[in-house]
Each structure stands twice: as C-alpha cells, then as structure tokens.
Design a protein around this ligand. Structure first.
Ligand code: UDX
Length: 437
C-alpha cells in the first residue's frame, strides 16, 4: 500500500522503516530540512538498534523515501499517518499545536479520499478535534476518515516491538478505513483490536500509566524492603510468578524516565482532572517516582557525608540502556543534583556521551572514554543505567582504581555478596547494604 508518515522523529521513522520492510511504499515527511537532507544522504539522526540497516535496505529497494513536502506525501498515499511530537506544557497539559498544524496542512492539500491516522500519543478526544480541523480547512471538500492507531514501541527495541507487536489498536468509525488499516497490518500477523476513536486514545494513556504504576509499586515495596531487611528482587520474583501479575516491569530502581512515561502520566492526570474524574492513583505513581530518586540521593549523602569536592564516578546517563536518549533521564537529574552540591563528576555512557555534552545541567561533568576510566581516583561510583557493558567491566580493577570503594547501584546490576567479597561497600535498591568483612 502507499503510505506516508508526517513527522520523522522516533516513532515516525521507525514506523515508516518497518512499514516499508513489510512491503509498503512509504514516504516519510519532516519540516526540518536538515533532517530530511541527512536522511536522504543515508544518515540516521537517532541511535536505535537495527534501524539504520532497515532504512538503508528499504531506501535501496525504492520502498522508502524522505521529503519535506506534505503535499507530495498526501498526493501519493492512500493513508497518511501523523507522528509529530506532543510535548508537555509547563502546566502538565499536552501541547497539541503540532498535531493541529499538520491537520491544517493535510486539509489544505487534500484532493481526494484519504485516511488520516493519528499515531502520536494524544489525550482522549483529540481525534474528534483533528476531524473538525480537517473539515474546516478542507479547501477541495475531499472525503476523509480519521483513525487513532497508537504506537507501543519501546526505545532500544523499537524495531522488534514494531515487527512483532502484542496487539494493534485501531480506533475508527468507518468500515472502509478499518479495512484499509487491517490491510496495512496484515503482514505483522498480530491480534487486532478495533475500537471507537476515544477508546483507542485512552488505551495508550492507560497502558503507559499502568506500566508506570507497576514500576512505582515495586519501588514503593523496595523502600519497605530496605526498612525491614527483605530483598526486593526476591519479592518481585515471588509476586511476578503469579501469572495475573507477571514479572515484567517489576525491576526496582531509581525510577522511570524517558520521553513517554513522565509526560504521559502528567497528561493523564491533567485530562482526568479536566474531565472531572481526578485519577489520584496515578498522582501517587508520579509522587513515588520522584521520591525514589530522592531516597537514592539521601543514601548517597548519608554514606558520603558531604558531597562537596568528592570525586564521584557515574555509569550510565541515558534514561535506559540501548538508546542514546537522555530525555527526562533520572541519571541526568542525579548528576545535576550532585554537581549542585559541589561534587566532581566523571561520567561515562556507551551511547549517550554526544548528547550528554549538550545538557546544560550537566556542565562541569568530566566525560570519560570508558567506564573504567570514570572510576580513576573516585571516592564513589554511582550506577544510574543498567548497560550490559557495565556487567562485563573487571570489578577488581574498578576497586583498584577507586580511592574509596563505595558503590551506589541504582539499578541492582550486581550481586551484593560478590561485591562484598570483592571488597566494596555496596548500596543498592531494596536490598541490604553490604560492607567488606
Ligand atoms: C515506554 C513504553 O514501554 C512503550 O510501550 C511506549 O510506547 C513508550 O513508553 P520507553 O519509554 O521506550 O517505552 O521505555 P521503557 O522500556 O518502557 O522504560 C521506561 C522507564 O522505566 C525507563 O526509565 C526504565 O529504566 C524504567 N523501568 C522500566 C524501570 O525502572 N523498571 C522496570 O521494571 C521497567
């Protein structure tokens, strides 16, 4: 089928590449001329495992191309996806101005029937507004249908999530649009759930806030574990073995970050309030997430006494492994706070260094070229993101390089007993701290 995707950010680019890979003809659009030029020259603006290969393969096969023209895209496709950013406003509300602008642009060049699909994460009832907007600016009076088709891809494994989805949600009113959407997704052989537009939009916010709830739940349990001497890993295994609960998303840590959870949770809270049904449970999820980071910082302060002039190594800056994304990264916030308190930070991240250098709140950080180098002369090591690379570092060498072997593991990467035997003072999340005998 002939498809176009307006917005070549994370979601748009990965979705476009995967649609092309299953045989559709895809045009990816962006209003950033520099980005389009780079993409046309074969340069991929984000790090996502496997993405470069899929893009190159499909560009060579003439199934995928890039343009700055919405008109060219709309003229040459049966279905037009909107995948533009929906950032958070300072009041927690969602900024829908990019969606509205694209809806107007599409309407202005709409000459015959098209299905307009919203893929961006939006508050419930946005589809209605998009339809109203297109109707208002529809100069040629062309027929169209609006569909909501939320994405559920995770950064770091976006290609595999897209190629093997748990489900496809299609929110639509028109049978014709539903048929076309089903045809697009046929090659993915995934269960398809057809709903009304409002329900599809709500599914996305409800799914993300439920996942965030699981994380905050286990993080709250981790505080109880620390206070009582229990082990959060064992508790998570024990409750996770109940199939109704499941073990996924029960890894205690320093809290969730990224471009989706913090923003979507805020948006869901705001929408629920606007609809007159405040979702206080989700407010608590958000509160626990902030408290978890504060608790970790409190442990660091308690153990190191003063942070001023202390040399602290930090492993991991991205909001999670296998991405170069630093948006709302808890690691970045930890570094910023320790810098504010006068610590000297040496940080290393396998993929996030380039973007990290541009983060203003981390100015003053010394960026090193390896995990080991970051620990040179360090008085403490903070593990903030659980990259596989860190699991393979020679810990005996780390201990040798550090001035005082104190480790604060915000992601429970290591076994406390092993760390004790290696001679570390080791503090992790929801597990008893250990000191060398
Ligand atoms: C998330 C959703 O998973 C995805 O379905 C949606 O489309 C976009 O938002 P993503 O932001 O890529 O995806 O990351 P995800 O893997 O969900 O992790 C989010 C945050 O939660 C990370 O900071 C991660 O470290 C944290 N996390 C995750 C935990 O702290 N514990 C866990 O058990 C799982």
């Amino acid at each position: 089928m002939d498809l176009s995707i307006i917005g070549s950010g994370y979601v748009g680019l990965v979705t476009g590449a995967c649609f092309a890979d299953v045989g559709h003809n895809v045009i990816c659009v962006d209003n950033d001329a520099g980005k389009i030029e780079a993409l046309q020259a074969g340069k991929i603006p984000i790090y996502e495992p496997g993405l470069e290969e899929v893009i190159h393969r499909n560009v060579s096969a003439h199934r995928l191309r890039f343009t700055g023209s919405v008109e060219e895209a709309v003229d040459n496709s049966q279905i037009v996806f909107i995948a533009v950013p929906t950032p958070q406003k300072p009041n927690g509300d969602v900024d829908l101005s990019f969606i509205e602008k694209v809806a107007r642009e599409i309407a202005g060049v709409l000459k015959s029937y098209r299905v307009i699909v919203d893929k961006s994460t939006v508050p419930v009832k946005t589809g209605e507004k998009v339809a109203e907007s297109i109707k208002r600016y529809n100069r040629h009076g062309a027929k169209f249908d609006v569909v909501s088709n939320p994405e559920f891809l995770r950064e770091g494994c976006a290609i595999s999530d897209l190629m093997h989805p748990d489900r496809i949600v299609i929110g639509a009113e028109s049978e014709h649009a539903i048929d076309l959407m089903k045809k697009i997704y046929e090659p993915f052989m995934a269960p398809i759930l057809v709903t009304d537009i409002n329900s599809a939009e709500l599914i996305k916010h409800a799914a993300n806030s439920f996942l965030a709830l699981k994380i905050s739940y286990i993080n709250a349990v981790s505080a109880i574990c620390e206070a009582s001497g229990a082990d959060v890993e064992k508790v998570a295994d024990g409750i996770g073995m109940d199939r109704r609960i499941g073990r996924n998303f029960l890894d205690a840590g320093i809290g969730y970050g990224g471009s989706c959870f913090p923003k979507d949770i805020s948006a869901f809270i705001t929408i629920s309030e606007q609809l007159g049904v405040p979702f206080n449970l989700i407010k608590e999820v958000q509160r626990i997430n902030v408290a978890q980071r504060e608790r970790f910082l409190k442990t660091i302060r308690e153990k190191l006494w003063v942070l001023r002039d202390k040399k602290i190594a930090v492993w991991g800056l991205t909001f999670k492994p296998d991405t170069d994304d630093l948006r709302s990264s808890v690691a970045v916030e930890l570094v910023a706070e320790m810098l504010r308190e006068g610590a000297q930070i040496s940080a290393y991240d396998p993929k996030g260094m380039e973007k990290a250098r541009e983060v203003k709140t981390m100015a003053g950080t010394k960026f090193t070229s390896s995990a080991l180098e970051a620990t040179d002369g360090a008085e403490a090591l903070v593990i903030a993101t659980e990259w596989d690379e860190f699991a393979n570092v020679d810990l005996a060498m780390v201990k040798e390089r550090m001035t005082t072997p104190i480790v604060f593991d915000g992601r429970n990467m290591f076994n406390p007993e092993t760390m004790r035997q290696l001679g570390f003072h080791y503090h992790s999340i929801g597990r008893a701290s250990v000191v060398p005998r």
